[in-house]
Ligand binder design. Structure first.
Ligand code: C2E
Ligand code: MG
Ligand code: MG
Ligand code: MG
Length: 277
């Protein structure tokens, strides 16, 4: 009897694995056509000043409209794009599209704000990365001082010298560097002083913990103080509730992002938000 159960369990597992593998293979195959077929789109999510509610930045977040599978979230295809090397082209498309969009907002008379763009480790490891950024900035006429590149803690683990040098070159151009999802990866605190970060984005799991108990509050406060003591500004991601917003504001967190302010939206739905500014 138990043997039969075991067999059934195994069958279920292997079926799930098959589905996942097929899905991933489909993604890898079809991703090659996503740019030429114009299936990629950028959504933007506001980042606001917690003191006065003013718009400080917009973060570009990629979406893929697959012809058969529908809307595919970045968590499903960015890791595959990184594995297959397609992230280099996709990353360039993201930066080019976001900078062009920003220039359109500027031309429409909207007061300027920073543009935050996520960068994968695989892009930073590429020798030509900084040159490709410069190329896109020149092509779109985008001023580097309005650009913030968001990197995750995983960059800190490989090719330390190469990555540090690229980050320094980007900073010399006037671009700011943020560390995304702070606190979730393998970073030890000493990385914070070794790398030239301008901004720390507290991972949203810590923001969730604020309403859980006193320790959740203390950890969020400690991250804010740590960043400020190292002369970095702090953004809280994933603010969903008024209570989290109030607490972070009292603790002098500089900026906030989350469904409480706005979900990520396609440009045509952001008009309202932009005109309220
Ligand atoms: P991220 O850079 O940390 O972006 C924040 C994610 O949290 C976004 O998910 C956003 O929709 C979500 N989020 C924002 N506010 C809230 C909130 O209040 N509650 C909750 N539950 N979630 C919130 P999204 O758009 O699915 O992106 C997921 C991740 O995919 C991003 O995390 C980023 O690491 C990666 N990603 C997105 N776009 C790009 C891109 O253009 N290039 C690269 N390399 N990675 C990207
Ligand atoms: Mg980000
Ligand atoms: Mg994040
Ligand atoms: Mg939350």
């Amino acid at each position: 009897h138990s043997k039969k159960n075991k067999k059934n369990t195994y069958a279920i597992y292997s079926k799930e694995m098959d589905i996942t593998t097929t899905y991933n293979l489909t993604i890898e195959r079809d991703l090659k056509f996503a740019i030429p077929n114009k299936e990629l789109e950028l959504y933007y999510q506001p980042i606001v000043d917690l003191k006065n509610g003013q718009l400080k930045a917009m973060e570009a977040l990629i979406r893929w409209h697959h012809p058969e599978l529908g809307l595919i979230p970045p968590s499903d295809f960015i890791p595959i794009a990184e594995e297959s090397g397609q992230i280099i082209k996709i990353g360039a498309w993201v930066l080019q599209t976001a900078c062009s969009q920003w220039k359109q907002w500027e031309a429409a008379g909207i007061p300027p704000f920073k543009l935050a763009v996520n960068i994968s480790t695989k892009q930073l490891q590429c020798d030509s990365f900084v040159d490709s950024v410069i190329h896109i900035l020149v092509e779109t006429g985008f001023q580097p001082t309005w650009l913030e590149l968001e990197v995750t803690e995983s960059i800190l683990l490989d090719d330390v010298v190469v990555i540090k040098e690229s980050l320094m070159r980007l900073k010399q151009l006037g671009i700011s560097i943020s560390i995304d999802d702070f606190g979730t990866g393998y970073t030890s605190l000493s990385y914070l002083r070794q790398y030239p970060f301008d901004k720390v984005k507290i991972d949203r799991s810590f923001i969730d913990d604020i309403s859980r108990d006193m320790n959740g509050k203390r950890i969020a406060s400690a991250i804010i103080s740590l960043a400020h003591n190292l002369n970095m500004s702090v953004v809280a991601e994933g603010i969903e509730h008024d209570m989290e917003f109030q607490y972070l504001m009292e603790e002098n967190c500089d900026e906030g992002q989350g469904y409480f302010f706005s979900r990520p939206l396609p440009p045509h739905l952001l008009q309202l938000f932009l005109h309220q500014q």
